[in-house]
Design a protein around this ligand. Structure first.
Ligand code: PGA
Length: 251
């Protein structure tokens, strides 16, 4: 059985003080995080403070990006060792906003994933097609290429440490969720590509769905056989809403 992984991607929302206030409200609401990975990804500036609030809880800390190098002349960037020092255990990589707004490529995502794994942290590697690609019936080709290129540097021995996040761009922040059937089709195709690349380990790799996940659609999405968790933006900003998503009941 794949252990569900539910992650909050706060994007550029919440100061350190706001992140701490969220944690104090959210932690008592989480019922059975022991059976799941529950992950909060605040902006870099809130990591230290949120890490203090989460210490001793079952909720893990994540960053939203990292540089692949250990250190160096990379103004404005942050290395994985710096994240580890703050208690980060996960790093979101290759979010579509990073790909489209900041020009991040799958090759860079792949290098970053290898660096994250080498440091003993876990990457959440995001991918997904645009509306134009979906309408041109290119979804499965696009995500096959993205998964191959974004995981190219991942050592076979680390494959099960990776979490993939399938996030169709047309569903992100739009309120337009992929139907459970559309998401399942993409997840199943991704798992086939993972099997070609990593063999039997593919059955253990978790694939999250992201794109307008909400308390009222998470149960249906999580009932799909290849949907192993969620990457949640807007609906993760309120403690009550995200706690309800974490406590999903597949139906
Ligand atoms: P959304 O964002 O839940 O607000 O659609 C998801 C994401 O971008 O990870």
């Amino acid at each position: 059985m794949r252990r569900p992984a539910i992650a909050a991607n706060w994007k550029m929302h919440k100061s350190a003080a706001e992140a701490a206030a969220f944690a104090r409200d959210f932690l008592p609401r989480v019922k059975d995080a022991g059976e799941k990975d529950v992950i909060l990804a605040p902006p870099f500036t809130a990591l230290a403070r949120l890490g203090e609030e989460l210490a001793g809880s079952r909720v893990a800390l994540a960053a939203q990006n990292v540089h692949a190098a250990e250190k160096g002349a990379f103004t404005g960037e942050v290395a994985v060792g710096m994240l580890a020092e703050l208690g980060c255990r996960w790093v979101i990589l290759g979010h579509s906003e990073r790909r489209t707004l900041f020009g991040e490529t799958s090759a860079q995502v792949s290098e970053k994933a290898a660096a994250v794994l080498a440091a003993g942290l876990r990457p959440i590697v995001c991918l997904g097609e645009s509306l134009e690609e979906r309408e041109a019936n290119r979804t499965l080709d696009v995500i096959a290429r993205q998964v191959a290129e974004s995981l190219a540097d991942v050592p076979d021995a680390s494959a099960t440490e990776v979490v993939l996040a399938y996030e169709p761009i047309w569903a992100i922040g739009t309120g337009r969720t992929a139907t459970p059937a559309i998401a399942q089709e993409a997840h199943a195709a991704l798992r086939e590509r993972l099997a070609e690349r990593f063999g039997a380990a593919a059955a253990e790799i978790r694939i999250q769905y992201g794109g307008s996940v909400k308390p009222d659609n998470v149960d249906d999405l999580m009932a799909q056989p290849d949907i192993d968790g969620a990457l949640v933006g807007g609906a993760s900003l309120e403690p009550e809403s995200f706690a309800r998503i974490v406590d999903f009941e597949p139906r």
